[in-house]
Write a protein that binds this ligand. Structure first.
Ligand code: FMN
Length: 365
């Protein structure tokens, strides 16, 4: 299953160390102005090799538009996007080609297909997420133009370090997408020590969408929160997804959790902008837990394809914290879900129009 979405359908293809990766977007509305340069910003935010805290692989990540765009406008026909791989080092994977890295997808792929492409993790590599980010550039643009909708993300935890304050204006100024500039030196030291030790660490990313109109989401099997959970879970290394307060709701009382409505606006947003699987017009908020990177140079005893006990050591270039590059990927999946739901809402309920009363997202303005 390599296709995502119902009306805005994205199919991705390609492997980490193949000649290219790409996607086909089917169902895109016509008339969206899009140029190859517009993909550069988000792809650079996701890319490796930008700081010493991510994998040293350096990909150009240049998007070629092969179809679906004429004279700078989407035509409504399938949009094919291609990114050529330019910095593969397949020999890094000779050693583990016949071994199963604990915590990685090697064993599961082997059991499913009876063979696997070990180079860089093949299809299980997060290289694939490049194309999700590319497809979401088109979605983000349409959502912004049609609804003034914005999608943003930040890092909300690395290991046991949590932000002490939250300032959106600094998130893009550091390699961690961290919202508290004063903690960046501490994080640099933390990551340097981790890299030196050869170990890895988990992380939490938060993605939010502002300006989502009320009414998006398709009960009961196409709920907005349900699709968000599935979308985030489809990202490599994701182990948990929370909508709004998520698991914190377990310890809350109903009087605390319910988001009280006033004519002037909602008084809180514990629900994360979704009730009954449908957007309320509040900020849609999703938190995503990433596990620590499994490819480690610290040796571990494991099993190879012959069932023999072997020492497993992963060389090659790896992210010591996969969550560091994941913020744009979470944003992309949020945008793709919203784009698809927007088109589905328009298809079924486009004639319903604006229903009174419309409660502002927040009484704070
Ligand atoms: C941005 C990003 C970068 C990643 N980089 C690596 C990496 O360098 N080495 C690695 O072993 N896993 C990496 N992963 C995680 C693996 O792709 C993932 O753990 C593996 O495919 C197994 O799938 P699962 O963890 O979802 O079960 C990365 C994940 C993301 C989201």
């Amino acid at each position: 299953m390599n296709t995502f979405g119902h009306l805005f359908r994205v199919t991705t293809f390609g492997e980490s160390h193949g000649p290219a990766i790409g996607c086909v977007i089917d169902g895109c509305p016509p008339g969206i102005a899009i140029a190859p340069e517009e993909f550069a910003h988000d792809l650079a935010r996701r890319a490796t090799g930008k700081s010493r805290h991510t994998s040293a692989r350096r990909e150009a990540d240049e998007v070629e538009i092969l179809s679906g765009v004429y004279e700078g406008l989407t035509t409504g026909t399938p949009i094919a996007l291609l990114v050529r791989n330019t910095d593969q080092k397949s020999k890094d994977y000779n050693a583990i080609a016949r071994q199963f890295r604990p915590g990685h997808a090697d064993y599961a792929y082997w059991q499913k297909y009876g063979l696997r492409d070990p180079r860089g993790g093949g299809r299980s590599s997060a290289r694939e997420t490049t194309m999700r980010v590319a497809a979401a550039v088109v979605a983000k643009k349409w959502l912004a133009e049609r609804f003034g909708l914005t999608v943003r993300g930040y890092m909300a935890q690395i290991g046991d370090v949590v932000p002490r304050s939250h300032d959106w204006t600094v998130v893009e100024d550091n390699p961690f997408f961290w919202p508290d500039a004063s903690q960046v030196p501490e994080l640099e030291r933390y990551m340097d020590a981790l890299r030196k030790s050869g170990d890895s660490v988990g992380a939490k990313v938060v993605a939010v969408a502002d300006g989502v109109p009320p009414g998006w989401g398709e009960p009961v099997y196409g709920k907005l929160d349900g699709e968000l959970a599935a979308a985030m879970m489809s990202i490599n290394a994701v182990k948990g997804v929370e909508i709004g307060d998520g698991f914190a709701a377990v310890a809350q009382k109903g009087t605390e959790h319910r988001d009280v409505m006033t004519p002037g606006g909602f008084l809180s947003n514990h629900a994360g902008g979704v009730l009954g699987g449908i957007s309320t017009g509040q900020q849609v908020a999703v938190s995503v837990a990433f596990k620590p990177t499994s490819s480690l140079r610290l040796p571990v005893e494991g099993v190879d394809v012959d069932g023999k006990v072997v020492d497993i050591v992963t060389t090659g270039r790896h992210d010591p914290c996969v969550g560091i590059r994941a913020t744009p990927i979470c944003e992309a999946m949020l945008a793709l879900v919203l784009m698809d739901q927007a088109l589905r809402h328009r298809a079924q309920c486009g004639d319903v129009g604006v229903v009174a009363p419309r409660i502002p997202p927040s009484a704070d303005g």
